[in-house]
Every structure is written in structure tokens, then in C-alpha cells.
Design a protein around this ligand. Structure first.
Ligand SMILES: NC(=O)c1ccc[n+]([C@@H]2O[C@H](COP(=O)([O-])OP(=O)(O)OC[C@H]3O[C@@H](n4cnc5c(N)ncnc54)[C@H](OP(=O)(O)O)[C@@H]3O)[C@@H](O)[C@H]2O)c1
Length: 235
């Protein structure tokens, strides 16, 4: 069996996916700048995808346009790919921000090959990072939004199941087990870290914030994740 290539396999999600795939006995190859490749410049990509049939594409530069270039370079170089698994984000077609526009464009490029696309809600790690930043201030500013954060271990388990099967096109979106106001998640963050802060909620003008207010970032009907934010914080 040829190795499975995981792009971004050194990242937050990538490390969990590499662990899961390895646990199923699969041989895993990682492509990231840290391992000597660069999807944006194309350096080392041909060598990384050579003879590979399954690719799990997780790498992100956190810039929409660069992610499109990265995905284009991967797809062009990967002539042997029989299954391209792509992690995307819930609501990218409803929430108009640049990074999400890049994800949508990348999904279209991925669809040029036999593929499976999984859209997930925000990871616990991202929510924790945002809350940790806000908690640096004496009065903690919190967007008046709800979130449904998911643990990367849950996403990794689903991606592993998908990557070891046949291409399925776009599959059902995946979200965490609870939908909660960010203010409630902030309270859990503060409690878990033994901090006391007053919080103040704010709203922003614009279509992106409104789309999130209306739940464009949620999949309440499909809470496939099992690990709550509170458990993530204490584990
Ligand atoms: N964070 C969330 O809440 C969330 C939610 C849903 C979906 N997603 C998606 O899940 C994926 C993984 O997110 P994450 O939070 O795990 O990201 P992350 O921790 O920032 O990891 C990004 C990975 O991409 C690699 N990378 C960056 N630039 C690269 C380049 N030019 N060429 C090759 N590799 C490159 C990084 O390694 P090097 O720095 O060594 O290159 C790293 O392994 C992303 O596609 C993201 O859009 C994230």
C-alpha cells in the first residue's frame, strides 16, 4: 500500500490526523515547510506526492489566496492521486470573509480530482486562543455570537475514516457536541484557568458578523463531535 500524504501534518489538526492514521497501521508521509516542502512555492511538492494515491490536505497559510495557490500546486503535481480528502469550514458559503472565499475556491480545485470534502466548525484550540487573547485585558471583550467548537481528535477520527474509504464528494458537515454563546465558553475558559475577569459582549456591523449571528457557523442538527470545550480545557 502506498503511503498516505498529509499536508499540514505538523499543525494542530494535522498532528491528530497523523496519530490516528498511524494507529490504523497506515504508512504516513507529511508535507509542510518544517518537513522541507512548500505548497505555495511548489518546493518539494512533486517528490512528496510521487506515487501517492491518497492525500489528506490540511495545510493552511491562514491567507485565502495563498491557500488557493497551495491547493492548485498540490492538485497539479498529484497526477497519481485517487482520493483527495480536504478539510474545509462550516459556513464558508454564508459568511463573506476573505479566508473563507479562499476555502471555497480551494474546494472547487479539490473537486477536479476524486475527492471527499469535510467541513468542520471551529476547533477548541482556536476558541481557546481567542479567549486567551481577550483575557489579557482587564475587561474581556466577547463577540455576541454562538459557537459549536469541536475537538481535533473528533475531526481526526472522521477524516481517518474518510481517508481509508472511497471518495464521497462533499459529506455531512461536522460540529462539536454543544452550541453555546461565546460568553458561556469564556466563563468555562476563565474557570478552567483560575482567572477572574468581567466580560463585555459586543456586536459588529457588516454581513460577516450578521451571518454568524444568524448561525451560519453552526451545524446544530449534526453534532458529531463527542468532546466538549470544558473537557478539552481540563484534559
Ligand atoms: N482552526 C479551526 O478552527 C478550523 C476549523 C475548521 C477547519 N479548519 C481547517 O483545518 C486545517 C488545519 O487547521 P489547523 O488549525 O490545524 O492549522 P495550523 O495548526 O495552523 O497548521 C497549519 C499546517 O499547514 C502547514 N503549512 C503552512 N504553510 C504551508 C506551506 N506553504 N506549505 C506546506 N505546508 C504549510 C504548517 O506547517 P509549516 O508551518 O511547517 O509549513 C502546519 O502543518 C486548515 O485547512 C483550516 O482551514 C480549521
Amino acid at each position: 500500500m502506498t503511503p498516505i500524504l498529509v499536508t499540514g501534518g505538523t499543525g494542530t489538526l494535522g498532528r491528530a490526523v497523523v496519530r490516528e492514521l498511524t494507529a490504523t497501521g497506515r504508512d504516513v508521509r507529511v508535507l509542510s515547510r518544517g518537513t522541507g516542502g512548500d505548497l505555495v512555492t511548489g518546493r518539494g511538492v512533486a517528490a512528496a506526492v510521487a506515487d501517492v494515491e491518497t492525500v489528506v490536505h490540511l495545510a493552511t497559510t491562514l491567507r485565502g489566496r495563498r491557500d488557493v495557490t497551495a491547493t492548485r500546486n498540490l492538485v497539479n503535481a498529484g497526477t497519481s492521486i485517487r482520493h483527495l480528502v480536504f478539510i474545509s469550514i462550516v459556513g464558508i458559503d454564508r459568511i463573506p470573509i476573505g479566508y473563507y472565499r479562499g476555502k471555497l475556491a480551494a474546494e472547487r480545485i479539490v473537486a477536479e480530482r476524486p475527492h471527499t470534502i469535510l467541513r468542520a466548525t471551529q476547533f477548541h484550540d482556536l476558541i481557546r486562543t481567542v479567549l486567551a487573547g481577550a483575557a489579557m485585558l482587564p475587561l474581556m471583550p466577547i463577540p455576541r455570537l454562538r459557537a459549536q467548537p469541536i475537538d481535533v481528535r473528533d475531526v481526526a477520527a472522521r477524516l481517518t475514516e474518510l481517508a481509508t474509504g472511497d471518495p464521497r464528494g462533499r459529506v455531512a458537515d461536522i460540529g462539536g457536541p454543544e452550541v453555546k454563546p461565546l460568553r458561556a465558553l469564556a466563563a468555562e475558559y476563565l474557570r478552567a484557568n483560575g482567572k477572574r475577569r468581567r466580560t463585555v459582549e459586543f456586536s459588529l456591523p457588516g454581513k460577516a458578523f450578521r451571518a454568524c449571528r444568524e448561525g451560519g457557523n453552526l451545524v446544530p442538527g449534526n453534532p458529531a463531535g463527542t468532546i466538549t470545550f470544558e473537557r478539552f480545557l481540563t484534559s
